[in-house]
Structure formats: C-alpha cells, structure tokens
Design a protein around this ligand. Structure first.
Ligand code: NAD
Ligand code: UDP
Length: 309
C-alpha cells in the first residue's frame, strides 16, 4: 500500500486517478483548490477511510507527512479556463511544482508531473516524439499553459540532477471521459453537450485541425505504469488515433442521433494544426497500450453526460 498525494484530485483526470488508486488498495490524499474541480467528483470517496481531502492552493507551501508518491495534476487544462487568469496559471505550474518538489524531497517521495502535448506547441514534426523540442509561441494566449508546463519539466529535471529527487514526467495528449465538467470548454464535452441538446455544434476554424483522443482509463493506466517505473525522462501518454475536428463533430452527431447542425466559429490564436503522439517509447519501456476505441469511449462519455443534463 502506498500513501499517495494527488494534487488536482477533484478534477477530471485527478478524480478518475484517485478512484483507481483507492481501488488498488492505496491511501489517497486529494489536494485541490476547486478552481475547475468538483466536489461531486470525489463525493463517493467521502466515507472511505483511505481517502482524505485537503482544500489548498499549490502556489502556497504546504507540509504533509508520510507520503511516498505525489501525482501533480493541479492546473486548469481547458483553454478557456487556463486563459481566464493566465498569470495564476503560470504560478500554478511554476510555484506549484517547486512546492511539490520540495514536499517530495522532504518525504523522499517520488513525484510524477502531469505535463502535456502542449510542450510541443504547434508542432512541426508529426507524429510527435519525445525528442522534439517543440514550437511554442512564448507570448501567445496559450503560453501561460505551455511555458508553465515546460518550466515545470525543467524544474523536475533539475531537482533530479541536483538533489536526486525521484521524478516521472508524463506528456499527456487529449484525454476525455466521465467526470469531465459540463462547462469544461474542451471539444469533447462541448460537442457532446451541444449534440444532446440539439444545439449547433461549434467547430472552430475549418475543422481540418486534428487531435488524437485518449480514453481516461487508458491515460490512468499509463500514469500508474510511469510512476511504477524508474525513468526520469518525459514519456508521451495518449492514443495515436487521429481525427480532424470536423470528422469528430460528425461522429458525435451520429452517435447521439442528434438534430444539431454544424456551425463554424473563428479559430483561436495559435490553435495547433495537427497533434498525434508517437507512443513507441511508452509501448517499449512501459508496456503501455491504449485499449479503448474512440466509439466505445465516446459512448461511455455520452451516457455520463446524459445523466447530468
Ligand atoms: P481539470 O481542470 O479537470 O483538473 C484540474 C484540477 O486542478 C481541478 O480540480 C482544479 O480545481 C485543480 N487546480 C487548478 N489549479 C489549482 C491550484 N492552483 N491549486 C490546487 N488545485 C488546483 O483538468 P484535467 O483535464 O483533469 O487535467 C489534469 C492535469 O492533466 C492538468 O495538470 C493538465 O494540465 C494535465 N493534462 C490534461 C490533459 C487532458 O486532456 N485532460 C492533457 C494534457 C495535460
Ligand atoms: N474546438 C472546436 N470547438 C469547440 C472546442 C474546441 O472546434 O467547441 C477545437 C479547438 O479549436 C481545437 C480542438 O477542438 O482545435 C481541441 O480543442 P480542446 O480545447 O479540446 O483542446 P486543445 O487540444 O486545443 O488544448
């Protein structure tokens, strides 16, 4: 049994991770400031003796004893949320990881950082491999997120080099599934909710940009595999199943049997044109293989949102 701190544990990925870690017999401390996280996401663990909730903001220092693993997930992930207060977003990534690295060191705990495919920016190589250094606009509207996450990777690696802190870095690609917030603002929840309400589906730009969608259970599996191994360099975790956003809109309309029409809205600044993870490294060294097909993962997600609206 491990004593595990999950920051951002009330969010979409965090609450799914807490559930899996508890089911595997661990003790879990969920730390969250509830900026985008939801109490409902963790309600079912309330009476679990192995679960503790700490309401706290990771930009402020904290002392927690007797933990041997930290998953650092605290950070808004949806563009509208991380752009809402961009300075706070950078602080969350940078001050947050410094606080969590210091905590890891004090406890001699291993820390996994939830990094992102956004470290590759608008990538010039496709699919993206871990050795690509990326193409990030340092002064654009996405840079608070991208540069914050890049700085966090740099800090993780420097703590490891200077102090021997045990680290793992997961570069997470677009992940979806139950417990996404209804007002999350990312494409999967937006399209499903619009389709279920028979409202127009808002495709930004022409819809020719691509994303590769990973179901939450596969992501959680990859994060745990990475935590349980001893690699200090970054790993892509995601599903290489790539689709244009227009194809994705049509799939959602079909799967919800919706009467929604597609409408086109302006493409946000610096929206990456193509994104697809090369996961050979995770396949080879972590035996990581995403299993859930897009159709089956989307079906679970549609059923989840049907119960909410
Ligand atoms: P989310 O917004 O649902 O969850 C983020 C959680 O962090 C929320 O519970 C929020 O309240 C909490 N939080 C935010 N700022 C905080 C702070 N300063 N102090 C304490 N808690 C704070 O997003 P998510 O999709 O669950 O993403 C989780 C992590 O995974 C994030 O770090 C994100 O960057 C990373 N990630 C996610 C994806 C994805 O597709 N879901 C892709 C790449 C990276
Ligand atoms: N997108 C869209 N309509 C929406 C929300 C998003 O067309 O209502 C597009 C967005 O412009 C991007 C892709 O879908 O090209 C994925 O967006 P999301 O915000 O989910 O994640 P990103 O990968 O951009 O961080």
């Amino acid at each position: 049994m491990n004593n595990i701190l999950v920051t951002g544990g009330a969010g979409f990925v965090g609450s799914n991770l807490c559930e899996r870690l508890l089911n595997d017999g661990n003790k879990v401390i969920c730390l969250d400031n509830f900026f985008t996280g939801k109490k409902e996401n963790i309600k079912k663990f309330e009476n679990n003796k192995n679960f503790t909730l700490i309401e706290h903001d990771i930009i402020d220092e904290i002392d927690i004893k007797n933990i041997n693993q930290i998953y650092n997930l605290a950070c808004p992930a949806s563009p509208p949320h991380y752009q809402f207060d961009p300075i706070k977003t950078t602080k969350t990534s940078v001050f947050g990881i410094i606080n969590m690295l210091n905590l890891a060191q004090k406890n001699n705990a291993k820390i996994l950082q939830a990094s992102t495919s956004e470290v590759y920016g608008d990538p010039k190589i496709h699919p993206q491999t871990e050795d690509y250094w990326g193409n990030v606009n340092p002064v654009g509207i996405r840079s608070c997120y991208d540069e914050g996450k890049r700085c966090a990777e740099s800090l993780m690696t420097d703590y490891n080099r200077m102090y021997g802190t045990k680290i793992a870095i997961a570069r997470i690609f677009n992940t979806y599934g139950p417990k996404m917030s209804i007002n999350d603002g990312r494409v999967v929840s937006n399209f499903i909710i619009q389709a279920l309400n028979n409202e127009p589906i808002t495709v930004y730009g022409s819809g020719s940009q691509t994303r590769s969608f990973c179901y939450i259970d596969d992501l959680v599996d990859g994060l745990i595999k990475l935590m349980d191994n001893n690699y200090t360099e970054p790993f892509n975790i995601g599903n290489p199943d790539e689709h244009t956003i227009l194809e994705f809109a049509n799939l959602i309309i079909k799967m919800t049997d919706s009467k929604s029409e597609i409408i086109f809205k302006p493409l946000p600044q610096d929206d990456p044109v193509k994104r697809k993870p090369n996961i050979s490294k995770a396949q080879k060294f972590l035996c990581y293989n995403p299993k859930v097909t897009l159709e089956s993962g989307i079906l679970h997600t549609i059923n989840y949102f049907k119960n909410l609206i």
